[in-house]
Write a protein that binds this ligand. Structure first.
Ligand code: UDP
Length: 235
């Protein structure tokens, strides 16, 4: 077991599967199974899930609505995804707690760092909903911040690509995948790993990030077992 405590970031969009909107049940169940495998191996796991499959704050501006209002709508979207993941995990026998950055006490606990740490120590999967609870941030930033707060060993960014490439592999056939790369190189080459706020938080706190393909069954376990899957960003 390479990592004792990890923070897994999943995008809302990945939950859509092949759909145009919402939650694909098969994808959700695959994620739950993969998370179960890792938790049963003894790793403490926290999850931050995005909301892009339902709503993003930037959409509000395009619709002529208020941006801050849109951001709160996006945060609520992450809570919906978090509840779906929580339910899928509990169905497969994993104990979970959902902690939200905005108070919604009928459905989840408020985010309290000490409580999150205690849940993790007890082997529960902790799901952080509503990002960091403030507008103008993203769930990538929430992933970095919460990971630092709970003293995670690594942020695992589960995506639909198998790592960080020198160029967009869907557009450029000469693009190569990095196995290891430094924060400095990511910055200088202007590679897209996370938004700058999220990236800077990890960099300044020397918290490694692994970008990997979460849609490949068993990949999450390979990463936590220390196999070289995806791209490791470190100092
Ligand atoms: N959001 C926010 N503050 C946060 C986290 C999220 O305002 O701390 C809002 C923001 O509008 C964002 C939306 O919630 O667009 C959904 O999150 P995100 O775009 O990060 O989801 P993903 O792209 O990972 O699906």
């Amino acid at each position: 077991m390479k990592y004792k405590r990890i923070l897994l970031k999943l995008s809302g969009e990945a939950l859509m599967g092949d759909q145009q909107y919402g939650i694909d049940t098969n994808r959700l169940l695959q994620y739950a199974e993969d998370i179960k495998g890792v938790v049963e191996s003894g790793v403490e796991l926290a999850v931050v899930i995005g909301g892009g499959n339902i709503y993003r704050g930037s959409q509000a501006e395009h619709m002529g609505l208020d941006r801050v209002q849109g951001d709160y709508m996006g945060m609520l979207a992450t809570v919906i995804n978090s509840m779906a993941l929580q339910s899928a995990l509990e169905k497969s026998g994993i104990h979970t707690r959902l902690l939200s950055g905005i108070n919604i006490q009928q459905v989840c606990e408020p985010y309290i760092r000490r409580r999150a740490m205690r849940h993790l120590e007890k082997g529960r999967v902790v799901i952080f909903g509503a990002g960091i609870g403030s507008p103008y941030f993203t769930t990538d930033s929430a992933a970095s911040l919460r990971a630092i707060e709970i003293e995670a060993d690594v942020v695992l960014k589960g995506t639909r690509v198998d790592g960080i490439y020198s160029a967009d592999p869907e557009k450029d056939p000469t693009a190569v995948r990095y196995e290891n790369i430094t924060f400095q190189d990511v910055f200088e080459k202007n590679l897209n790993v996370m938004d700058m706020t999220a990236f800077t938080l990890c960099r300044e706190n020397e918290l490694p990030i692994i970008v990997f393909d979460m849609n490949k069954r068993g990949n999450l376990r390979r990463v936590t077992d220390g196999e070289s899957v995806g791209t490791l960003v470190s100092v």
